[in-house]
Each structure stands twice: as C-alpha cells, then as structure tokens.
Write a protein that binds this ligand. Structure first.
Ligand code: LCV
Length: 259
C-alpha cells in the first residue's frame, strides 16, 4: 500500500505524503517511497519538485516514526537511517525542492523541510524540533541543517524548549521563505515552481550544489567530530532515551531523571 502520491505537471513534480492515520510519520516505508519518487523525477529531468502533504492534512508530518526508533543502545539516527538518507537525497537532488506546508511539522520532519531549498507555509503551520521531548540524541549533520536555517539563538530555543513555533515567527527569523494564506498556497507554490522550471536547469543545479558545498564548509577537526559524535552515545545509552519513547507509546508525559 503506497503512503505517498506522485504526479508530474510538465517539468514540475509533486510528491504528496499520504498516511493520515499516522500523521505522515516518517516510517521506513514512507521515506523509501519518497526517495524512490525523487529518483523517478530525477530520471524524468524534472526542473522543480513540490513536497507537500495530502490536501486537508492537519499534520504535515509527525516526524520520525517513533515506533521504529531502536531501544537497544543502537544509534537511533545513524548514517543509514532512512530519514538521514532522505535529507541527503533532497540536499543533493539536481533541481530545487520546494516544501509546501499546511499543518504541523514535527521532529525529523522539520529537518526534512529545512533540507528543502524553499519553504512556503500557511500561517497556521508550526515547526517543532523535538529531540529534547523524547530524550533523543540528534545527529551531527542534522544539527548543522538547523544551524544553516536559523541563528544559533533560535536553534537553541527550538531545541531546548521542543515547542512548536509558528510559520509567522519562522518567516520573521528567516527560517522559511513565505507565509501564504491556505486558499492561495497551491497557486503561489506552483507559480514559483513554474518560474524556476522556466529558467536554465544546469545553472540552477550547479548553483544548488555550490551553495550546498559552501554552506557545509565548516571547520571541524576529526577530534572535534569524534567528541560531538561521542556525546550522542551518552544520550542514547541513557534511561531517559528509553523513558521518552516508552512515554510516547504509553500516551503519558515522560519523567526524565537525567540518567
Ligand atoms: C509514530 C505516531 C507519531 C510518530 N511516530 O494525534 O527529532 S527527533 O529526534 O525527536 C526524532 C526522533 C523524531 O522525529 O521523533 C518524532 C517527533 N515527533 C513528535 O514528537 C510528534 C509526535 N506526535 C504528536 O505529538 C501527535 O501525534 C500530534 C501532535 C502530531 C497529533 O496529535 P493528535 O492527537 O492529532 P495522535 O497523537 O492521536 O496520533 C494519531 C496516531 O498517530 C500516531 C499516534 O501514536 C497515533 O497512533 P494510534 O492511533 O495507534 O494511537 N503517531 C503520531 N505521531 N512520530 N506514530
């Protein structure tokens, strides 16, 4: 059973997340389908892609499928995690990917949206960075994605409070491109996609890759990377990590002890 829909309008591809019963949680299956859809659009030489949720979704995506987070001392967000692969696929995709948001965006889905090139959201949309809510150790490149999208002070507020911020605030701090009323969202997004698709695709794909490489060019020594990576084990080996996932599954507030 497919959890997304894929359509193409000339040079513009549209991928819609469509698993409402789990609020488009980024399960292995859903993410694998999105990656495959991007591959199809790449082979069809799409010149712009719109990534959206099915019309009427209250939640754009509830983030990583919590039921798929390992609890046995394994890195929950390692290199091969499907969500990590999706972020890399979007960042290296040869044409711009536009995130069209109407609803709540949670956890790892915020990173997927921030990995997109342009973000257009309705005023009611929200964005919540949730590792601290679940006791999860976010991954290094994910933190870099956040740091590329907003000032350090904003990233700290999002990460430490784990509470949703509004699209209006996100636009105000430069984290998203436009806030558009729901009734105009599709037309506005499709117009922007059509404008991009009418421009020179090679120039755009080369500028996209140049910007990715230059934005990611941060001085980090091997020793610095090992320290940052090692700190994550402190979290995913902790009781709090197990408590965060258990509390979600038992539909109760977590009781974190700091151990
Ligand atoms: C699996 C879910 C999920 C879900 N996974 O509807 O960034 S990190 O490090 O935190 C990373 C590890 C990550 O992304 O973790 C996930 C972060 N996501 C969240 O914290 C959001 C968790 N979901 C919610 O807070 C609520 O579901 C929202 C507010 C999105 C919607 O609330 P609402 O009351 O409308 P329910 O909570 O009743 O959810 C409907 C069904 O979807 C499942 C949830 O368990 C429920 O399933 P059942 O009907 O079987 O009980 N669901 C929701 N989110 N991330 N499953």
């Amino acid at each position: 059973m497919t959890l997304i829909s894929l359509t193409q309008d000339g040079p513009v591809g549209i991928i819609a997340l469509n698993n409402p019963k789990k609020h488009n949680a980024l399960s292995h299956q859903l993410v694998t389908e999105v990656i495959a859809a991007l591959k199809t659009l790449g082979e069809a030489s799409a010149r712009a892609v719109i990534l959206r949720a099915q019309a009427g979704s209250k939640v754009w995506s509830a983030g990583h499928d919590i039921g798929e987070l390992p609890e046995d001392g394994r890195d929950p967000l390692g290199w091969n995690d499907p969500l990590r692969e999706l972020v890399r696929t979007i960042e290296t995709f040869p044409c711009p990917v536009i995130a069209m948001i109407d609803g709540g965006v949670w956890g790892g889905a915020v990173e997927v949206v921030l990995a997109c090139d342009i973000i257009i959201a309705t005023p009611a949309s929200t964005f919540a960075v949730t590792p601290a809510k679940l006791g999860v150790p976010y991954n290094v490149s994910g933190m870099m994605t956040f740091m590329s999208a907003a000032s350090l002070r904003i990233v700290k507020e999002l990460a430490f409070t784990a509470t949703p911020i509004s699209a209006t605030r996100a636009e105000h701090v430069g984290m998203i491109n436009h806030v558009i009323e729901p009734q105009e969202l599709e037309a506005f997004t499709q117009d922007m996609a059509a404008t991009i698709a009418a421009n020179a695709p090679l120039s755009i794909s080369v500028m996209k890759e140049q910007l990715r490489v230059l934005a990611g060019a941060k001085p980090l020594t091997p020793r610095g990377f090992e320290k940052v990576q090692g700190l994550r084990r402190v979290v995913y080996d902790s009781q709090d990590y197990h408590e965060g996932i258990r509390a979600f599954k038992e539909k109760r507030k977590p009781k974190f002890t700091g151990s």
